[in-house]
Write a protein that binds this ligand. Structure first.
Ligand code: 6PG
Length: 252
């Protein structure tokens, strides 16, 4: 179904169906990107929802994808070392990166072990500028950015009414999140919106109220940052399960 932002919404009866569909889309985009441009660049989302997706890709595509041409980045990271239980890198390593033959040189973690979150953000920004060969003031176009959505409508580490929402020139910033009493490191909206394709993966009843707000409500987008993900030229796909969709109008 199309919604006002031009995004497409695909509903699935169960989380399992959702994750299978998401895995198929990642594999489809990976093969298309390699065929068209010789490589596939993906920014992973963190949190708990994508765990099943990453496990599924590792189980189903470990021999069929051109792993030497796939390059892994992150949409955001907690300000913790890569060994920390909260680390998005650690979660991805456990669920997919340790199970597929992707060269270590193709994996670009956010250096969140740096005690200074701003320094980590600056370093990652330089990594992206070098890898994508983008000039200052320009933004890289990832082939695919995976996104989750928190119960407060945040995505990546773009939390409601936080400074990062206003960033228009940097690619990566450190973002202080008062309610977490912690810093996060996150791609900025200009980078998200420059992607060729963005896929939101939303599962569970705890997301239903906020998904209605994001997709159908009229609240200011600063209160629900997922509303600010509006790709300039790319595709925006919402993959949601029945529980998460339970407060959407039938038409959505
Ligand atoms: C993070 C994520 C974040 C996540 C949402 C949803 O670092 O936590 O990148 O944006 O996608 O918080 O998290 P769950 O999937 O755990 O609900």
């Amino acid at each position: 179904m199309k919604v006002k932002s031009g995004a497409s919404i695909e509903r699935f009866s169960t989380p399992q169906e959702l994750f299978h569909a998401a895995a198929e889309e990642v594999i489809r985009v990976a093969n298309q990107s390699v065929s068209e441009r010789g490589r596939f660049t993906i920014a992973l989302s963190g949190g708990s929802t994508p765990r099943n997706l990453y496990n599924l890709i590792a189980a189903n595509a470990s021999t069929s994808l051109p792993w030497s041409k796939i390059f892994f980045f992150w949409g955001d990271e907690r300000h913790v070392p890569p060994t920390d239980a909260e680390s998005n890198y650690r979660m991805a390593k456990e669920t997919i990166l340790s199970k597929v033959p992707v060269p270590q040189a193709n994996i670009f973690p956010i250096p969140a072990e740096d005690a200074d979150a701003s320094s980590a953000a600056k370093s990652y920004e330089q990594t992206l500028q070098k890898f994508f060969a983008v000039e200052r003031g320009k933004f890289p176009s990832f082939d695919l950015i995976l996104l989750g959505m928190g119960p407060d409508g945040h995505t990546a580490s773009l939390f409601p009414e936080t400074p990062a929402l206003k960033e228009k020139s940097h690619l990566v910033v450190a973002n202080w999140v008062e309610k977490l009493h912690a810093s996060r490191i996150t791609l900025t909206l200009p980078v998200l919106n420059a992607a060729r394709e963005l896929v939101f993966l939303v599962s569970g009843a705890d997301k239903a109220a906020v998904l209605h707000e994001v997709l159908e409500g009229n609240a200011p987008p600063e209160k629900y940052p997922s509303k600010l993900v509006l790709p300039n030229h790319g595709k925006l796909i919402w993959l949601i399960d029945r529980a998460a969709a339970s407060e959407l109008s039938e038409s959505a």
